[in-house]
Design a protein around this ligand. Structure first.
Ligand SMILES: [Zn+2]
Length: 294
């Protein structure tokens, strides 16, 4: 793996509590940073959230504004892009509709960016009417291609997983994939997998594995902030399979929900991020699935 180049850093340190949500120890990391991954691809991290942005001579393709209840994250994001290029920010692509990733995009809109998301994300945002979410201008069903300044970025819908509207973003020339929330790296799934779809999630992982990429940028800095690999996706699928099998057995013995939450342990994964905090919720979700068919 190429060594990341740190473009921008802030002197303010993130607290452990701010980063605990992603289950890793970046307590001494700066509150935000921008890393150059390839000639065109950058990661902007603000505390515990990450976005990819793609720089070309003709403009910038940004992704998630990550400004939920913190407008300074968005103005910082734009300032960090400006340190790299004066080119116009042409697009903002939403990974999915959850507020912690997509809220706060108005400063990008004011700069003239076109907002792109999956069709279901637009439907949900229109229904929710959250005031600090820019409604997408362009919707994607299965696939959408952005060709800008000699760089291609492909947006792919890989089915329902952590929401019904996740788009993954592929930069084919660099074999880089940006995925958010449904593929945590060496980290168990978030809480009781809210807004999650079973069994579709497994198929979604297979569709990601079938794509042509070798480094994955995640929407949170898991596992010390490293990029992911296909082995990470395979390992996550194995975790979810082991969890599913164990909870299915417990459900068959009438242990769902509370007894299963007490008794099911997956020691193979106890070193993973958020294991102690979120395993109970993960079990609850699979109890609902195997014990009730939800
Ligand atoms: Zn989410």
């Amino acid at each position: 793996m190429r060594k990341p180049v740190f473009v921008g850093r802030c002197a303010v340190l993130a607290t452990a509590a701010m980063l605990a949500v992603v289950g890793q120890s970046l307590a001494q990391a700066p509150a935000f940073e921008t890393r150059k991954i390839t000639d065109n691809v950058y990661i902007f991290r603000y505390v515990g959230h990450q976005s990819m942005f793609v720089v070309t001579p003709d403009g910038v393709i940004a992704t998630d504004p990550i400004g939920y209840l913190r407008p300074q994250a968005v103005t910082t994001y734009i300032a960090e892009i400006r340190k790299v290029t004066p080119a116009p920010i042409k697009y903002v692509v939403y990974s999915h509709h959850h507020y912690d990733h997509i809220a706060g995009g108005k400063p990008f809109k004011d700069l003239g960016a076109t907002f792109i998301a999956h069709r279901n994300a637009k439907t949900r945002l229109e229904a929710l009417k959250y005031p600090d979410a820019v409604i997408p201008d362009v919707v994607v069903d299965d696939r959408h291609v952005i060709d800008l300044g000699g760089v291609r970025v492909e947006l792919h819908y890989v089915g329902r997983n952590h929401s019904d509207n996740s788009l993954v973003m592929l930069v084919p020339k660099d074999k880089i994939l940006f995925t958010v929330d449904f593929i945590p790296i060496e980290t168990v799934q978030f809480r009781d997998m809210p807004d999650g779809y079973l069994p579709d999630w497994f198929e979604s992982l297979d569709r990601v594995l079938a794509m042509d990429w070798d480094r994955m940028i995640p929407g949170h800095p898991y596992a010390g902030g490293r990029l992911g690999t296909k082995d990470d996706v395979r390992n996550l699928k194995l975790y979810m399979t082991d969890l599913s099998d164990a909870v299915k057995q417990a459900a068959g013995q009438g242990k769902c929900w509370d007894q299963a939450i007490q008794e099911v342990k997956l020691p193979k994964y106890e070193k993973w991020g958020s294991y102690a905090q979120f395993l109970p919720g993960n079990i609850e979700r699979f109890c609902s699935y195997w014990g009730r068919g939800y």
